[in-house]
Design a protein around this ligand. Structure first.
Ligand code: ZN
Length: 256
C-alpha cells in the first residue's frame, strides 16, 4: 500500500476548542465520531486570507482532512457542514453551545472515541440552532452526557441505605452521586434538598426519548432547581466548574 496514503485521513468532527499556536497557526480540538477527541494544528489559520480559517470556528461541524504528524496531526483541508448561524445570533445560544462543547472536552480524554456522545453533541447543537426549547435541550443534554460518560446519578434507590425511594421530597448527595432518603439525611452530611418535582424531572430526562422530552414544561422553581443541581453535580464530578457554565449562569441571571 502507498505509504503516503496511510498518513492522510478524513473525518467528520465538531470543533470543541481552539487556540493560537505559533505565529499564524491554530491548535484545534476536534471531536470525531471515528477518531475520538484529537488536537491538530491548522497551519496558517490565523492569516485572514486563509480560506480554511472560516471552517474552524468553534462549534462548527465539518469534514476534515488530516495528515499524521509527530506531535500533532495537521489539518490540511476543512469544510463546514453546519455552522449553526441561528445559535450564534445571541449570546445565550453561544454560551450554551460553548458549555456543550466544553463538557465533552472535559469529560473525554484525548484519543477516546465515543460515537453515542458525538451524536448527542451534534443533535444538541442542531436543536439549539433549530429553536428547540433551550433550557430543556441543555438539561436533556447534561443528563444524557452524564450517563454516557459513566456518571449518571442514582435516582431510584437511596445511595446510603439502598431502599427504593418513596414519592416524597428527598435530598441529593454530590459525593455519593445520587438521592439520599429522608431517614438517611442526617445534618452532618453535605446534602442539598431535592423536592419531588425536581426528582421527577431528572428521572424523566434520564429515560425519555427526545420527541417526548422536548415537550417537558417546567415551572420556574423546578427549572432553576434542576439546572443548579446539574451544574453543581457536574462541577463536583469534574472537580472544577466549567468556565462556560459560569458564564452561562452570569448572563442568565439577568432575566431571572
Ligand atoms: Zn436511605
Amino acid at each position: 500500500m502507498n505509504e503516503h496514503r496511510l498518513r492522510i485521513y478524513r473525518t467528520e468532527g465538531v470543533v470543541l476548542a481552539r487556540r493560537d499556536w505559533g505565529e499564524a497557526d491554530r491548535l484545534v480540538t476536534l471531536f470525531s465520531p471515528s477518531h475520538g477527541k484529537l488536537r491538530a494544528v491548522a497551519p496558517g489559520a490565523r492569516k485572514p486570507q486563509t480560506r480554511k480559517s472560516g471552517h474552524l470556528e468553534l462549534f462548527t461541524r465539518g469534514h476534515f482532512v488530516l495528515a499524521k504528524g509527530r506531535t500533532f496531526d495537521k489539518i490540511t483541508q476543512a469544510h463546514t457542514e453546519a455552522y449553526y448561524p441561528r445559535l450564534r445570533s445571541d449570546l445565550q445560544g453561544v454560551a450554551r453551545a460553548a458549555l456543550a462543547c466544553e463538557l465533552v472536552d472535559r469529560f473525554v480524554p484525548e484519543g477516546d472515541t465515543h460515537p453515542p456522545l458525538y451524536d448527542l453533541l451534534a443533535r444538541t447543537l442542531e436543536r439549539l440552532d433549530a429553536g428547540e426549547p433551550p433550557d430543556v435541550t441543555m438539561l436533556f443534554y447534561q443528563v444524557r452526557l452524564l450517563a454516557l460518560v459513566g456518571f449518571a446519578p442514582n435516582l431510584t434507590t437511596c445511595v446510603l441505605c439502598g431502599q427504593p425511594l418513596m414519592p416524597a421530597d428527598h435530598a441529593f448527595s454530590h459525593d455519593e452521586g445520587g438521592v439520599v432518603c429522608m431517614s438517611c439525611a442526617t445534618p452532618g452530611l453535605r446534602l442539598r434538598p431535592l423536592p419531588l418535582p425536581a426528582l421527577k424531572v431528572l428521572r424523566f430526562l434520564q429515560a425519555a426519548a427526545w420527541p417526548t422530552a422536548r415537550r417537558l414544561r417546567l415551572d420556574p422553581f423546578t427549572r432553576r432547581h434542576v439546572t443548579a443541581l446539574l451544574h453543581q453535580y457536574t462541577a463536583h464530578v469534574l472537580e472544577r466548574e466549567p468556565r462556560s457554565a459560569r458564564f452561562l449562569r452570569e448572563i442568565s441571571a439577568h432575566d431571572r
